[in-house]
Write a protein that binds this ligand. Structure first.
Ligand SMILES: *[C@@H]1O[C@H](CO)[C@@H](O)[C@H](O)[C@H]1NC(C)=O
Ligand SMILES: *[C@@H]1O[C@H](CO)[C@@H](O)[C@H](O)[C@H]1NC(C)=O
Ligand SMILES: *[C@@H]1O[C@H](CO)[C@@H](O)[C@H](O)[C@H]1NC(C)=O
Length: 523
């Protein structure tokens, strides 16, 4: 009896699913195929560097028309491959970038390192996986734009009456180690473990795009961009980071990437080449989260204080500016020299001058938290019908609550928010008002009137590149404005204080010059 080739093939295909192909790399016909030996097979076009197939447990997760890569693709790369022990490595090289992919025998994870000597000409550095929407239908609802029409720029959409944008998937870097998308029996997650943000820009409270649902399911890790960027870009090694494949649930953030030290990866600094900073923290007003940040032109780090002390992550050697944050507000500073294997002590103390307030609206913490619409702004455009009316409002000291004061004031929407204050005779005389803002758009800055007196107009704040609050962030440069109200202005009885935004520029509705309030204090 003859066994046909077809029968033989069927017999082979009927092998149990737990038998995987061998770990390793094959390189043929312009395609590099990396197999984890555990159910993940990734194919890379060796002339473009695009990942054009990701099969996980027999399911194709890669979109077939748009691929997975750095930037919008590298165009043309030199591709080299190697397998050494349990590490299969693919290296893509251009004149200013080296992209390293590593798959470890038996792990369904793509480990990634990105090394640059110059910022890409598109002006931002991001890894984007354009995945199959049908295999991975579940992303961040607020950033699912499929079927929508653009209402601002080409990145904020209206979908069935709700505003949506890829920006509304952003999270603060300090809390964003794992984000992903899922489908039936499958999850794909970007993981940025440990000091993965060390070469990014913007500090601990910078936030950037994680996801967009369109014809593809787009999963991002933004290393840097001008999305309300307050710092210069850094160059060098970014990561290690990873794309982790699971049966659905999110992986741990504590992914071990220490094996990078055995792979001679350009720019990667192993634990043995790093040092730490530790110290005490004093005088920070209680009741706020306390964060310590470190930065220089090559790297940035942060850590959350534990009680009245802190210990930094393992940092690259160098001299750093140390910043003490109360919430997101800078309240102290120091300088630290870090050497490999060393621990430096830098004690930090808050320098915040806390006025003896007669009244205040909101808390000084570098955020608009507690104000009207602050709970919605991260996931909606200010024009969204789910937002409360922006006013202008009339706020009465003593009876209104912070949640009635708008988090933002736009010159063409709600200029002239008013505060009514009934003062006693002992509360009047020469007083000061301090307005803190967290960001400003198009040169916006506040000036005030108190009864018939008008303050001078402060100088324009430092311009920050690109839109802010309409893309779901308040994080810019914290700034305080103080106004000295002359004696004889305030009266015993009803006073009216009005806040205006000044700017030499103009713009329509929510793109008009604006400010984001942190707090308002009279003392
Ligand atoms: C690699 O990409 C180039 C450019 O899109 C394409 O012309 C080529 O056919 C691709 N190679 C393979 C093996 O798919
Ligand atoms: C306190 O320190 C912060 C952070 O360095 C700084 O921005 C601020 O200007 C300092 N304030 C005072 C009053 O010295
Ligand atoms: C830092 O603070 C700790 C604890 O208060 C103290 O023991 C230490 O002497 C201080 N070090 C410096 C350099 O000021």
């Amino acid at each position: 009896m003859k066994v046909s080739v077809v029968q033989l093939a069927l017999t082979l295909f009927a092998l149990p699913a737990s038998v995987f192909a061998a770990f390793g790399i094959t390189n043929s016909g312009g395609t590099v195929t990396v197999d984890s030996g555990a159910g993940l097979v990734i194919k890379i076009n060796s002339s473009t560097g695009d990942i054009n197939s990701i099969v996980y447990n027999s399911k194709q997760l890669q979109d077939s028309s748009k691929f997975t890569h750095i930037g919008s693709g590298l165009g043309s790369v030199t591709t080299t491959t190697s397998v050494s022990g349990n590490y299969a490595r693919v290296t893509l090289t251009t004149s200013t970038l080296i992209q390293t992919y590593v798959v470890v025998n038996g792990q369904n994870t793509l480990y990634i390192g990105t090394y640059i000597t110059a910022e890409p000409s598109v002006g931002e550095l991001r890894f984007i996986a354009r995945l199959s929407r049908s295999a991975l239908p579940n992303g961040v609802t607020a950033s699912d734009i499929k079927g929508g029409s653009a209402i601002e720029g080409s990145d904020v959409y209206n979908v069935n009456g709700q505003t949506r944008s890829k920006f509304y998937s952003s999270k603060r870097f300090i809390g964003d180690q794992v984000h992903g998308v899922t489908g039936s029996g499958v999850g794909v997650y970007m993981v940025i473990p440990g000091t993965g943000y060390e070469t990014s820009s913007g500090g601990p409270f910078m936030r950037d795009i994680n996801n967009q649902g369109s014809d593809q399911q787009e999963l991002y890790w933004y290393m840097n961009s001008n999305h309300e960027q307050t710092e210069s870009y850094r160059t060098g090694f970014f990561g290690p980071y990873a794309m982790v494949f699971t049966s659905g649930s999110a992986p741990s953030a504590s992914l071990d990437t220490s094996f990078f030290s055995s792979l001679s990866i350009k720019g990667y600094v192993a634990a043995s080449g790093r040092g730490k900073v530790t110290g005490s923290i004093s005088n920070v007003q209680s009741g706020y989260p306390v964060v310590v940040g470190f930065k220089n032109s090559a790297a940035q780090y942060w850590t959350t204080a534990s009680g009245s002390s802190y210990t930094s992550p393992a940092m690259k050697p160098g001299t750093y500016t140390v910043t003490l944050f109360k919430g997101e507000l800078e309240v102290g500073t120091g300088s630290a020299s870090v050497s490999a294997g060393g621990t430096t002590t830098v004690n930090l103390s808050s320098n915040e001058s806390i006025p003896n307030a007669i009244w205040s609206i909101g808390n000084s913490d570098g955020t608009p938290s507690g104000f009207l619409n602050a709970d919605k702004i991260e996931t909606m455009h200010p024009s969204d019908s789910r937002m409360s009316s922006w006013g202008p409002v009339t706020y009465t000291i003593g009876s209104s609550s912070a949640s009635q004061w708008p988090m933002a004031q736009f010159i063409s929407v709600n200029n002239g928010n008013k505060i009514i204050w009934t003062a006693t005779s002992s509360q009047i005389g020469a007083r000061k008002i301090r307005i803190r803002i967290t960001s400003s758009f198009a040169g916006g800055r506040p000036y005030i009137t108190v009864n018939s007196w008008t303050s001078s107009t402060p100088a324009a704040p430092t311009k920050i590149d690109s839109r802010g609050v309409t893309r779901g962030t308040w994080r810019g440069n914290n700034q305080a404005f103080e106004y000295s109200i002359p004696s004889g202005t305030l009266i015993a009885g009803k006073n009216t204080i009005t806040i205006y935004v000044a700017s030499g520029s103009s713009g329509d509705t929510f793109l008009s010059p604006n400010i984001i309030f942190d707090s308002i204090v009279l003392y």
